[in-house]
Design a binder for this molecule. Structure first.
Ligand code: CO
Length: 132
């Protein structure tokens, strides 16, 4: 059911330092920071030939990644995102299989419908599904 790896999201404590690492050390194509107040993050997209990296930094009081960074002060992989053709069908399949779906289908950082799945049901990794 899942298709391409759309992105790997990495929570970072210092966005400027992370940008420098990806742009200067790794030589990647790195975008400019975008505030996403609805999601409580500032995002920088790193475009790779076959996928993207999203550098996430907390924005505002109740950022969903603040707790993650408190536990992982150096930063770390926060979630991975797979593409699906039909997000509602994917949600129904997950629920039918007993997987925990976190919240409702929302509009993600790319303006497309997304859904998050509980890490405990997916080998310890927070999984995002995005309808493409
Ligand atoms: Co994501």
């Amino acid at each position: 059911m899942i298709g391409n790896l759309n992105h790997v999201a990495i929570a970072v404590p210092d966005l400027a330092a992370a940008v420098k690492t990806y742009r200067d050390t790794l030589g990647a194509e790195v975008g400019t920071p975008q505030d996403e107040p609805d999601h409580g993050v500032t995002v920088v997209f790193v475009t790779l030939p076959n996928t993207k990296i999203e550098l996430l930094h907390p924005l505002g009081e109740n950022s969903p990644i603040a707790g993650f960074l408190a536990k992982n002060p150096a930063g770390g992989i926060h979630h991975i995102c797979f593409e699906v053709a039909d997000i509602e069908a994917a949600r129904d399949k997950m629920l039918a299989g007993g997987a925990r779906v976190l919240g409702d289908i929302k509009t993600g950082a790319h303006g497309k419908p997304v859904l998050f799945l509980h890490p405990k049901d997916f080998t310890g990794t927070l999984v995002e599904l995005e309808q493409i």
